[in-house]
Ligand binder design. Sequence first.
Ligand code: URA
Length: 209
Amino acid sequence: MPNVTELDHPLLRHKLALLRDKTTTTGMFRQVAREVSLLMAYEVTRDLKLEPIQIETPLETMQAEHLAGKKLCIVSILRAGNGILDGMLDLIPSARVGHIGLYRDPTTLRPVEYYLKLPNDIADRLVILVDPMLATGHSAMAAASRLKQAGVKAMKFVCLLAAPEGVAAFTEAHPDVPVFTGAIDRQLDSHGYIRPGLGDAGDRFYGTR
Ligand code: URA
């Protein structure tokens, strides 16, 4: 699928199996999700631009490289997005962080924004939008639209698992936003869960039910 990357690193696939397993405890789930998120941050930042920099090693002067261009901002879709924020920040500690909260209006079934906090300079940053589950795609699509409205010009979307239906809807609505996922599962069920999936990501992260 164009603009969709299903990550295939063996460590990531191994850890995803642990996340899917219903016997994985809340503490373990959190820890493994943090590790998976770090690996996903590594993959999603693969094309960041570098520029030369002259440094002094203890022995001599050399031309090294450091990151150039746009600074990063990770935007978490509440609440489950927060579960993958920490792992990403482990790898990119200087990234700014934004939050967006959306709930589904019971009548229209459309996402309604209830919280938004973004860095002032978000328009100048590369945004990594995170939500563990790309199910119907409605929240991710609404969040991406809201970020574009705030001036964001460069964005990537990262999730642990995706449903084919969510991938299709998101890429149609935002063909300019590359999607990175740990796996594209079989289908969305009639309750909006990804199958086989991992259950409710928020509940698994926070031990709620
Ligand atoms: N949200 C979840 O947490 N799990 C799903 O399977 C779908 C949406």
